[in-house]
Structure formats: C-alpha cells, structure tokens
Write a protein that binds this ligand. Structure first.
Ligand SMILES: Cc1ncc(COP(=O)(O)O)c(C=O)c1O
Length: 279
C-alpha cells in the first residue's frame, strides 16, 4: 500500500545500513524486530541531513500524544453514566496502553474511580512480566540513549509472532515506573488464544482486529466470562488500537491450523538479560 503512494519499502534487517548489515550476519536476527528497525532508522536519520525519524512509541511525548484515546473514552463513558472496573490494553512499547489508561489513572489518583489497570503482552515478548527493571538501549545496535525500563535485553529477538507491533524488547519508562509503583498489573498471553478471541470478536462485532489488540481482547473476554460466572457486574474497557486488514495472512494461518505457540528459548532469554549495559 505504501508503494502505491510512492514509498520504497525495505524489510529489516536490510543491507542499506551498517546496523542492518551487521545484525543480518547473525541468523537469530533474520526475522527482524522493532529494536533492529529502530537501529536502522536512527542510523538513516543521523547519517543523512535530509532524513528525520519520528519514534512511534515508548517516549514520554508519544504516550502523552496518545492520551487523546483515554480522554475521549472518559467522556464517552460519562455520557452513559459508567466508570470502568477494569481497563485492558496491549503493550508493545506502551503508547496505546498509556494513551488509554493514563487519563483514568489521573481520575483514580483523584479518588473519582478505582479501576484495575492491566497490560497484556505476548508470551513470546514478556517485558513487563519477565523483564528486568534496568537501564537499557531502546534499539538493538545500542544507538539510543539509555532508558530505565522493563526490558528483556536490547538484543533479545522475540519469536516471529504475527503481532509484530508487540515484538519490542523494552517498555515505555513511564509505564515501567507505574508498574514498579504497583499502580497497574500485567499478564502475558500466547498468540493462538489471542486469535481465537479475535475471531469471536470479529463474528460478534463485525470488526477484524489487528493482531496486537487481540491480546487485550482475549483478556477482556476471559474477564467478562469470569464475571458472568460469579454474577459480578463489571465494566471492562479496552482499546481496539488497529484493524487487521493488513494482517489477513495471520488469520489465514490461524483458521487453517498453521499458527504455532512456541515457548521462549530460555538460553537466549538469559543471554540477552546478561548482556544488559552495566551501570
Ligand atoms: C495496531 C498496533 N497496536 C499496538 C502496537 C504496539 O505499540 P504500542 O504498545 O506503542 O501501542 C502497534 C505497533 O506497531 C500496532 O501496530
């Protein structure tokens, strides 16, 4: 689609940057990752004065920009006289999750409501639930400043699951901070469970979700069914952060039984954490 509008699109790791060429030498990097793509983009921006790079997640200003989502959700809920008991969002770098939840956290701090705030991440890239809270690079090649965040290590390469937008080794420093303060919870889910929920959601709502929000949808459905069982009345709010029209290959894999959930390679996991910068 981008090429229709005149862009040139290259897969990452590419042969166009030093970072890409270097990282492509290691077969574990061949599936690419958000960390590798950021290294290549930063290199392109710093080596060519005509190129600019706008980061799409993780940093404070991106999270703040996305709070339009939560501000609007607050107004929509107020119109129907509801406050949420549970907020669920998917987390890659954390921008849509922060965008939804931060305005509600503000209201919670003011004592106006008391929702549980829950992040859902892929089982194959569990930066909140299994990562360390430490200073790390935001990209794989180590070109960015260090940030204190929940991280799996900047050279951790997650399995090539379909939710590409959640394959980021770190987490926004602001989210990592409130997680440390105990102001939110997190859980991880495998992709098959997510796509089962996505198909149910699509057949109920008429919207095909992107693979990323299927993580939040899976937990929202599970929590709704739990509440139904216990008879508890529960208002659950989630963010549908993207449609799945560009991800139909993923649905094809799921519907044809070709989707797999592989366990994390514990050796790679330990090695990436051991390679965190020493402070
Ligand atoms: C549809 C969608 N949702 C979520 C994400 C994850 O990013 P973030 O955690 O910053 O919202 C991405 C990233 O590419 C995405 O494409």
């Amino acid at each position: 689609m981008m090429e229709v509008f005149g862009a040139n699109v290259h897969r990452s790791p590419s042969q166009l940057t030093e970072a890409g060429r270097k990282l492509a030498l290691d077969p574990k990097n061949h599936s690419g990752s958000l960390g590798i793509a950021i290294s290549e983009a930063v290199e392109a921006a710093v080596t060519d004065p005509t190129v600019a790079y706008a980061l799409g997640s993780v940093l404070n200003h991106v999270l703040m920009h996305q709070t339009i989502i939560g501000e609007e959700a607050l107004k929509q809920l107020a119109k129907v006289g509801e406050t949420p008991d549970l907020l669920v969002g998917c987390t890659g770098g954390g921008s849509n999750f922060a965008g939804l939840s931060f305005p509600f956290i503000r209201e919670k701090l003011k004592g106006k409501m008391n929702p549980e705030i829950r992040a859902v991440e892929p089982a194959s890239c569990p930066s909140l639930t299994r990562g360390k809270y430490a200073y790390d690079f935001g990209d794989t090649a180590g070109m960015t400043p260090l940030m204190k965040m929940h991280t799996l290590g900047h050279d951790f390469i997650p399995d090539p699951i379909h939710a590409g937008g959640l394959r980021y080794h770190g987490m926004a420093p602001l989210i990592s901070h409130i997680y440390e303060l105990g102001m939110m919870t997190a859980e991880s889910v495998g992709q098959k469970e997510c796509f089962a929920a996505a198909v149910q959601f699509a057949r109920t709502e008429g919207i095909v979700p992107a693979p990323e929000p299927t993580h939040a949808i899976a937990v929202a459905i599970a929590e709704a069914l739990k509440a139904k069982e216990t008879g508890e009345e529960k208002v659950i709010l989630t963010a549908l952060c993207g449609h799945g029209h560009f991800d139909l290959a993923a649905y094809d894999a799921f519907l044809n039984g070709n989707m797999v959930d592989s366990a994390i390679n514990e050796k790679d996991f330990e090695a990436a954490l051991a390679a965190l910068p020493v402070m």
